[in-house]
Design a protein around this ligand. Sequence first.
Ligand code: S3P
Length: 173
Amino acid sequence: MENKFNYNIALIGFMGTGKSTIAACLHELYGMEVVEMDELIAKREGMSIPQIFEVHGEQYFRDLETNLLIEMQSKKNVVISCGGGVPLRECNVVEMKKNGRVVLLTAKPETIFERVKDDHNRPLLENNKTVEFIAELMESRREKYEAAADIVVHVDGLSKVEICKKIEKELAK
Ligand code: S3P
């Protein structure tokens, strides 16, 4: 099923809410091209995300995110799996909304913890892997995430296909 959506879908949400999994599922179900922001940035820089943070600092990484979103404006029917920090910059939200709809995925801090506890690719959580830290960071970002979102899908207890169907239904309203 090609070109189901004539706009881009930007998936936003905290680390570990399943943006990459859902992007892959939207690809399987609707044939949408997927842009994995972190993966593409790491590939272009020839470094992992933790290395980029270490060598160039977080602001450099954030600028790469903004530039990539601007680049995405030339595309259509693409699902953009955004890094968790993307909606924190207002100009990023403006870019995402230009020819896209913004879908916020949310999950409980406990769910996030289980998903990220053995991962070493997220510099912001590297020495902070507790439910309390995750809950606090999530809360501090909540307002910006919600302000950016056109729709919100709470993922706990849902399968990836159920989540995709929910996204499709909500976007069709
Ligand atoms: C970040 C989320 C990460 C990655 C970087 C910073 C954040 O992406 O971009 O580590 O600030 O929330 P994921 O949400 O894909 O883990």
